[in-house]
Design a protein around this ligand. Structure first.
Ligand SMILES: O=P(O)(O)OC[C@H]1O[C@@H](O)[C@H](O)[C@@H](O)[C@@H]1O
Length: 279
């Protein structure tokens, strides 16, 4: 197991590699997982070739950490500020050589937007054919406060119109494109036009099935929603940090906590995680 500091498209990052060949790379900007490659050499995350690496903007692709706000549901910048601030890498614990931990504390930049004392830690754990991303939030202040969160994974797919996402049948769905609430009827979701929905998270893992193989996606019970997003061709053409055909190579499946924000007491901690496993 090696942990190496590197520069990725001009930005500081750390790379964790297993002796068997699995590896992942995490930018300090946003504690943003940029790459996860299994030992067979296959990249499992989608990172836009047009993503901005300016140390300010959100990065299009990988695994953005959305916190303490989801989307535009509040007064903060879209998806909160965690994805646009520099985190610090913590020294690797001797007994957790498979994990890299990054941390963000409140400071002038966060207090200008949000007046709370916090510590956020993102632990990225690598195992053969699997990646686990765990977000822990501590209330370091004297007042309770609340937040929303999402681990906004961009999963790389060979061709979005050929993938199926299984496991959401029967789940309550808010279709954000049509602003419509219903129970999901489809045994498997298919993609090809804009898809943006918030689902009540099922207890069992989802399966992203494509001709080249299957990815199993699970999340903690503390993440009560699963968001599924693909911009499709029309929205992709409007996103200047995504190539016009970028939507064909990605599907976002996000472990999220949205509808009922977490209320965190002074001194308390919340944790939420998503795990990706090549089946
Ligand atoms: O372009 P952004 O800010 O990274 O957001 C991407 C998408 O993120 C998803 O989580 C939302 O459901 C979408 O509505 C949103 O468009």
């Amino acid at each position: 197991m090696t942990l190496q500091a590197l520069v990725f498209r001009g930005q500081p990052a750390v790379r964790l590699a297993l002796p068997g060949g699995d590896s992942c790379t995490v930018a300090l900007h946003g504690a943003h997982v940029l790459s996860w490659t299994t030992a067979d050499g296959v990249e499992r995350l989608y990172l836009s070739p047009d993503a901005r690496f300016d140390g300010q903007s959100p990065i299009r692709g990988g695994i953005p950490v959305c916190w303490p706000q989801f989307n535009m549901r509040g007064p903060l910048p879209k998806h909160g500020f965690a994805r646009t601030l520099p985190w610090t890498a913590e020294p690797q614990a001797d007994d957790r050589r498979d994990t890299v931990v990054l941390a963000l504390r409140d400071g002038a930049a966060t207090r200008a937007l949000w007046p709370h004392a916090f510590r956020a830690r993102l632990a990225v754990t690598l195992a053969a054919r699997s990646l686990r991303v765990a977000l822990a939030i501590d209330n370091m202040g004297g007042e309770p406060w609340s937040f929303a969160a999402a681990l906004h994974s961009y999963l790389r797919v060979d061709e979005a119109t050929e993938v199926r996402l299984e496991g959401l049948q029967g789940a309550n769905r808010w279709d954000a494109v049509r602003d419509d609430r219903h129970v999901e009827m489809a045994p498997a979701l298919a993609f090809g036009s804009e898809f943006d929905s918030v689902y009540a998270a099922p207890a069992r893992p989802l399966r992203l099935v494509q001709p080249s193989g299957t990815l199993e996606i699970s999340q903690s019970a503390s993440c009560t929603e699963t968001v599924v997003w693909n911009p499709g061709p029309l929205l992709a053409a409007k996103l200047d940090d995504l190539p016009d055909d970028g939507w064909r190579h990605m599907l976002c499946v996000e472990a999220a906590r949205i509808d009922e924000p977490v209320l965190l007491a002074p001194g308390a901690q919340w944790q939420g995680w998503q795990q990706l496993r090549v089946a």
